[in-house]
Each structure stands twice: as C-alpha cells, then as structure tokens.
Design a protein around this ligand. Sequence first.
Ligand code: NDP
Length: 449
Amino acid sequence: MNSYIERIIKEAEKKNNNQPEYIQAVKEVLTSLEPIINLNNKYEKNAILERMVEPERIIMFRVPWVDDSGKIQINRGYRVQYSSLIGPYKGGLRFHPSVNLSVMKFLGFEQIFKNALTGLPIGGAKGGSDFNPKGKSDNEVMRFCQSFMTELYRHIGQDVDVPAGDIGVGGREIGYLFGQYKRIKNAYEGGVLTGKSVCYGGSLARTEATGYGLLFYMREMLKQHDNSMQGKIVTISGSGNVAIYAAQKAFQMGATVVAMSDSNGCIYDENGIDLDCVKEIKEVKRGRIKEYLECHQDARYFEKTGNNSPIWGIKTDIALPCATQNELTLEDAKQLVANGVIAVGEGANMPTTMDAIEYFLSNDVLFAPAKAANAGGVATSAIEMSQNSMRYYYTFEEVEKKLDTIMTNIFKECKDAADEAGISGNYVAGANIAAFKKLAEAMIAQGLV
Ligand code: NDP
C-alpha cells in the first residue's frame, strides 16, 4: 500500500480507536485512492488526507424531553459538520438507538464524497440522536423534536448547515423540527431543512428521490454492460423511504420485486410485492413487514434469527440493500453469488462490508456503491433548497428529469474515473476517486483552512 495512505489510516485508527464504523469508511475510501495518490505528491504536500479524516466541527448535546407518562427522558444529540468546502454543511438526521459518534462520523465522511459527486454546491454533514421513534406517540415525537431543535437551531441555517431526513426521520419529524426552528427564529427560512412536506416548501419528488435515483444509476450501470432492468427479479432490504421508492421505480422499469424486509424479518412474494400494501403498513400504520401476510396469505415470511438477514438467501438477479450499514456480509455475498446475482446497488449507506464488496467485484458482479448510487436524495434536497431560494416550485416531472440527469452524470463520472485509473468496471474506486479529486482541488484552492 502507498506509504502516505498507510500512515493516515494508522493515525486515524489510533485517534479513533473505538469508532469501528468510522474507521471502516475511512479505510474503504483511502485504500481505493492508491492509483491517484501514487501519481501526484501534491496531495501529501497539502496534507489533503489528514484534513479529510478530521471533521471541521462536532457538536454533541443533551436532549431532555417528557414522555406521555410524565417521565423525564434524556437522549444525546449530534451534528457532525464535516466539510463546508463546496457549500453549506448538508446531510440527514438519523433517530435510531444505534446512533453514536462513530456512526455519525462515518455518515458525515461518506456524505462529503457523495455531495461532491452530485456536482451541486453542498458541503457534508450528518446528525441525529439515539432516540428511538419506534412505538412512540406523535406527541412524544413532537416533544423530542422540539427539544432537539431548541439546541440545534443555533448551529444551522440555510447558508450554514441544512439538515434533512434519514433513518427514523421522515416527513413527520421534519415538520416538527421546522415548526420549532421557525418559532425560535421568528423568520421563515424555508431552505434551513429539506425533506419538508410540499404543503409548506418541500419539493415534489424529494420523497421518491433516493430510491428513484438508485434505479437510474442501476439502469446506467446495466446499460454500460449491455443489460437492463427489464424482466429482472429484484430483492430489496428495508421497507422505509429508500426501499419503497426503489421498489416503485424497479417495477416501473419492468422488473419484479419479490422480497422486502424490516429489522425483524423479510417477506417473499413470488408474484411480485404489492407495494400499496407495504406503503399502508409502513407509511400509514407504522407497522411491521410481517403484517403483509394479513392481505397476502400466499406470500411467505422469514423471521430474522441471527445477525444475517434472511433476504440475502433468496434467489435474485439484482440485490438492493436499502436498510442500514453492514447489513450485507461476506456470508450473504457468497449466497447471492451462488444464486446467480448479476448486480448489487447500495441504497443504504455502507450496507455492504468491505470483504463482501471485494467478493462481489472478484466474482464479476456489477456493484453500485452507496456514495454514488444513493446520491439522488441529497441532490434533490439541493434542488429543494434552490426552489426555496427562488420562492418557486418545479413540477414532479421537472424534478424527476433533473434527478435522472444528475444520476446519469454521476454514473459517467464513476465510469470515467475507473477507466482513467485502469480499473474499468470498478465503480467503487471510480466513485471515490472522482469525488476525491473535486474535494482535493477545492481544498488546495482555498488554502490551509
Ligand atoms: P427509514 O427509517 O425510512 O427506513 C429504514 C429501514 O431500514 C426500515 O425498514 C428499518 O426497519 C430498516 N432498518 C433500520 N435499521 C436497521 C437495522 N439495524 N437492521 C435491520 N434493518 C434496519 O430510513 P431510510 O429509508 O431513509 O434510510 C435507509 C438507508 O438509506 C440508511 O442507510 C440511510 O442512511 C440511507 N439513505 C437515506 C436517504 C434518504 O433520502 N432517506 C438518502 C441516502 C441514503 P425497522 O423499521 O424494523 O427499523
């Protein structure tokens, strides 16, 4: 390995020794940069990697709130303002019990590369809390969001830092957060949060954007290899925002989605998943995926028993992990390859472990990496910001067309970077190299800051 890269990884491991997800993300990116770092010593001379593995600012805070029984609850809030190199800090908020500093930093790190790939003027950030919205009443969620924003508001702004949704943060939570921000600031700063409802400044097609964008990227990747989504069998982990709209676009492209999941297990419907039923369970009732069997007795349900999701044991042409980090392991990859998978596309952030990615690549499985393939969400958030600045709305079709163009360009950038580095077809390294070049150039241009 290049000695500069090796040194930075070692130092990062030493400094962040109890942050496994963060180290995993750093290693995944840095080890793939070898072809470009080897070519030019300007990166080492300007301490580019040293700066990239150190977030600009980390904010951690207490979030006190009262539950419905009158009991005081205390959670921890985070905002990692990772990089403002190419625009205001930008990235989602995650509310999930697994949230900790390591998870926040890995997501912030990934976000700076992803946002650079979109070609839009957005920096990178991530935030959230270990608060678990599952099973909470609307009033409890509202009280939590109001308390969270009462601290966060002083650190954000439409030209400073623009949060959005992520796991556990959807339209309901964004609404409560926005309401509290507006109340404290006594000003309507529409562009301070994205993922807003269309009735008060949100963008049409933002809800669909990450899932749709993933399928646009998949379409381009398959086209490059003389293939298409038409007639393919697809399995999608998760049944949240990304998974549902990835499934919707996959069906529109002529594929059949046969399995979806949540953290308890997965459903398999060989006739094709009834997406209206999944939406009713997840978006309206906030229920469990198992409830699918209530309207489709002929479908099957596999409970998750160990660490691995049963969904990766189902035979498929295309696998789309759209739930959470490290949900697809080497063991899962081996099953998928043995069952003839031809392509994998990451809708979630870092859902595939590093050894699983290597296994796919060495078995000629086409692999669409998260920071490129799921960039459609943040790209459409940037389109929401520009509509807010213009005080104007685009139609659904206009936004979808822009999203399609952005995803098509992102694929081309990944392909060109991989070709140039002599590793054609490796879109994982292609995405990292293309984004790194942009960020490094901006860093050098702005001097030592
Ligand atoms: P949602 O909260 O809408 O859905 C998350 C889904 O993943 C649920 O089905 C959930 O199941 C499942 N899940 C969450 N945690 C786990 C876990 N530890 N083990 C197994 N399953 C789990 O989130 P999103 O759809 O918004 O986000 C999904 C992924 O996509 C995340 O990695 C996120 O960072 C990424 N992403 C999201 C974007 C967006 O625009 N929303 C943009 C880019 C990336 P359960 O209900 O049982 O918890």
